[in-house]
Design a protein around this ligand. Structure first.
Ligand code: AMP
Length: 422
């Protein structure tokens, strides 16, 4: 199947061709025709499935079908909301790439950077706004952004927005949008909250579900290395050196853990950077650019900071610590093995994390291959202790066997904390 049959016009087909895409992905095949029929959609699709083009292409197409006067007026006709700055930037980049041969102007809006340059973007008129909710509200309050002519609303990674506590901001934004509009909701997971949001937002939506990344991820080889917690860093160094790995995305559960590991790797002579919410936007952008350029071999990231990181052909993803939310594992390994390229997802798992591993295997409906390297065989006398989710550093040093003192986490993560956590 080719893109030509989906109902997209020449300027978009040209941009697609320039990107080198030969055929639409499943989400694109399903979503594009439905969106072009002006229907609301509720789509279950994760990063890596091609979802961004799945909504950006038909959006641009519909915008370009409007009368010329409307197109020339450059008022905000489409609003795309994303949970993180990185995702806003990347969706913005996609809008620019796919809309290259069309006359629309877009603005990318997120917090953590100066507001004035963002305000300046609106002076010449903007057709498409890609924004995180908090900063958008600031600009609405300052009367810089007028959403009264919005025809299309897209919520990207809506589950993550709710997890990050954006629901009230979203409600405020919904309240000022025109009632007559087309709504597209993308979410990697379905929860009761997503159901409620979609009922509030969508009119008789078409449901679209594409194979979860874990099912589609045959190209990702998954391995678990069993190892004691104290020896994880040593094992990571061993794997990097033995395998001559060059570009590695490493996940930790906490910001503190990301910083510490990055510093330790640097000390061992491996160029490394950490990326998480306590870093300034500029530091995060630089770390990502250095990683993409190969100046930095290891990027250590927390889950939320890594959302939306889009690096084609990333060869190695390492779970230095398993996530306590099994879906996050799927997101993490989705960073490798993209677009048909092989990839490897390695998890370093200590005895404390065996329950997390079980939940992950249950979710992906597959046993992950387990390896215990001779030199790193876990000490069988070490008993599992609760996982400390950060914040309380001292707890890590308590003797084994007792209550580790940290917050015990079993199935769910205290996610609904504050917005902007990362
Ligand atoms: P996304 O799921 O939107 O984050 O997209 C994941 C990656 O797939 C991005 O790097 C896109 O550039 C790429 N991509 C999107 N659509 C296609 C396609 N039809 N063929 C090949 N690659 C694609």
């Amino acid at each position: 199947m080719s893109f030509n049959t989906l109902g997209l016009s020449a300027p978009l087909l040209k941009a697609i061709q320039e990107q080198g895409y030969t055929e639409p992905t499943p989400i694109q095949r399903q979503a594009i025709p439905v969106i072009l029929q002006r229907k609301d959609i509720l789509a279950g699709a994760q990063t890596g499935t091609g979802k961004t083009a799945g909504f950006t292409l038909p959006l641009l197409e519909l915008l370009s079908r409007a009368k010329p006067e409307k197109q020339k007026s450059h008022h905000i006709r489409a609003l795309i909301l994303t949970p993180t700055r990185e995702l806003a930037a990347q969706v913005g980049e996609s809008v620019a790439v796919y809309g290259k041969h069309l006359p629309f102007k877009s603005a990318i809006i997120f917090g953590g950077v100066k507001i004035n340059p963002q305000i300046a973007q609106f002076q010449k008129g903007v057709d498409i706004v890609i924004a995180t909710p908090g900063r958008l509200l600031d600009l609405i309050n300052q009367k810089v952004v007028d959403l009264s002519k919005v025809e299309f609303l897209i919520l990207d990674e809506a589950d993550r927005m709710l997890d990050m506590g954006f629901i009230n901001d979203i409600k405020k934004i919904l309240a000022i949008l025109p009632k007559q509009r087309q709504n597209l909701l993308f979410s990697a997971t379905y929860s009761e909250e997503i159901k409620q949001l979609s009922e509030r937002l969508l009119n008789s939506p078409t449901l679209i579900e594409v194979a979860r990344r874990n099912i589609a991820s045959e190209t990702v080889e998954q391995v678990v290395y069993q190892v004691d917690k104290e020896r994880k860093k040593e094992l990571l160094l061993h794997l990097i050196k033995e395998g001559n790995w060059k570009q590695i995305l490493v996940f930790t559960r906490t910001k503190h853990g990301a910083n510490r590991l990055s510093e330790q790797l640097e000390k061992e002579g491996i160029s490394s950077a950490a990326i998480h919410g306590n870093k300034s936007q500029n530091a995060r952008t630089k770390a990502l650019a250095d990683f993409k350029d190969g100046k930095v071999s290891v990027l250590v990231a927390t889950d939320i900071a890594a959302r939306g990181i889009d690096i084609d052909q990333l060869p190695h993803v390492v779970n230095f610590e398993l996530p306590n939310v099994p879906e996050d594992y799927v997101h993490r390994i989705g960073r490798t093995g993209r677009a048909g390229y092989g990839g490897e997802a390695v998890s370093l798992v200590c005895v404390d994390e065996l329950e997390f591993l079980q939940s992950i295997e249950k979710l992906i409906k597959k046993d992950i291959q387990k390896v215990a390297l001779k030199a790193f065989k876990p000490d069988p006398t070490i008993k599992a202790e609760p996982i400390n989710m950060g914040g309380n550093r001292g707890a890590r040093n308590k003797p084994r066997g007792g209550n580790g003192g940290g917050q015990q986490v079993r199935a769910k993560h205290p996610r609904s904390s504050s917005r902007g956590r990362n």
